[in-house]
Structures are given as structure tokens and as C-alpha cells.
Design a protein around this ligand. Sequence first.
Ligand code: SF4
Length: 287
Amino acid sequence: MSAKQNSAVGEQSSPPRSPNPSKGKKSDKPESRLAMVRRARRINRELAEVFPYAHPELDFENPFELLVATVLSAQTTDLRVNQTTPALFARYPTPEDMAAAVPEELEEIIRPTGFFRAKAKSLIGLSAALRDNYGGEVPGTLRDLVTLPGVGRKTAFVVLGNAFGVPGITVDTHFGRLVRRWKLTDQEDPEKVEAEIAAIFPKSEWTMLSHRVIFHGRRICHARKPACGACPIAHLCPSYGEGETDPEKAKKLLKYELGGQPGQRLKPPPDYPGKPAPPAPALGAAG
Ligand code: SF4
């Protein structure tokens, strides 16, 4: 763990650095664009030190598996998807297999991820399109990916960034919330957020920036109770104080490896410092 991690999210002896001193001063001049860009890039650099192991939290072994897992991840957790996909890929390892699936059988396997009828329709549809139009391979361009049923820009960027190494910004719920809290944009529409953030950071940073921001949103800067008092970038954040500022109480809000809990991946990368996720519990009331 780096010094910065220790200073913010680690042991109790080191409190977070001073929060943004401008917070709450109503007479402050508006931040210039140059200052905002510098602050944004510093947030990215500091998050890189806190989360050097930031990674996609979906388990996958090839572009097809990542595409399917990303479609399944809508409206559910990556953990739930990771607990579901081993059985799915064992039964339908290729687009050809999935395109030929009996819908009810596929629905039953993916039921724990929710919205399973719509998702099954997308998976069978996109698998048929891969089989018929792309020789059974996942295409590596945004233009082609978004022609697949159930695949929008967010899914396409996840696949491009993580299976093809094409830089992309993933504006999911965490990313949008955090960049608005940081006052890097006030846009709500994901495409507009994407465009404004893309103008702030070099292209080479886009994919890892997305992972770091999403990691931060899942672990520290939660939607309802951000752990401001345990936040390593509080000194750069104009929204410090939106959440719990008491360091001890804030520490209890930390999630996943920062909270001593398992991560979301059943097979996390070797540098992941936390525990792998548990396999699926016995099926019961999931749905
Ligand atoms: S946890 Fe609080 S201080 Fe940290 S980024 Fe979120 S709102 Fe800002």
C-alpha cells in the first residue's frame, strides 16, 4: 500500500489530508478552466496511487464473455454477474451456441441478474448478429458494436477498452455521480458527460481513469453515504462534507477490500489486495 493510501483509507493513525479549503466560502471566485483541468488530472493521479490495481470487475476470458457479462451487468452488481456467468459460458461457450439457445433455458441461467427475459433476448440477438455478420467474432469498433442488440455506447466502451485496448470513457452511474461531485461537469446525459471529460484528460488515460473513478465510487464515494472523512482526495473535492466527515465513522462506510470485505471478482487479478468474491450462494429468492 502506498503512502497516500495509508494517509487516507488505511490505518486509523493517519487522518485524511485537509479537505478542500474553499468548501463553503461563498465569495470564492469561480474556478478557472485551467485550474479545474489541473485539479481533475491531480484527482486522477492520486486515485492511481490509491487504486494501482483498478480493473474491470467482471470476470471474462475473451471479448465475447466480456460483451455478454457487460450486457448482464445492467441493473445488477458485477458480483451477481460473476456468480452467474460460469454456468452460462459452460453451457454456451461461443456466439453460435448462444444464438441457438432455447430462450427459456438461457433465461433460467441468467435469472439471478434480473430483467432476465430482456437480457436473454439481447444475448440471443447479439450472438446471432455476431454469427451472421461478424464471422462469430466480436468486432473491435464502436460503430460495429453499437449495431448489436442490447449494446449501447457504455457497453461498447467497456468492451473496446478492456478486450481491445481502445481508450474509452465508461460513464456508468458511479462515474457520472463522481465527476459531478468534483464539479468537472454539470451534465446529466452520459454522452455529454463523456464528451466533457474526454476534453479534460489525455486519451491514453481514459480507460484507467474510468476504472479508478468507478473503484472510488464503489468503495468510498457512495451515492447515499460518501465516506468523506476517509477519502484520500478530500482536499481536491468541492463536495467534501456531502457525506460522513468523522474519520472513524467514515472508515466504517468503506466497501470491498478497503472495508475488509471480498471483492466482486471470483478470479481477481494477481495484484488485487483483497479477497476474491465467494461463489454463488445456493439459489433461492434471487431474481
Ligand atoms: S467521498 Fe466526499 S470528499 Fe471524497 S470524493 Fe466523494 S464527496 Fe468528495
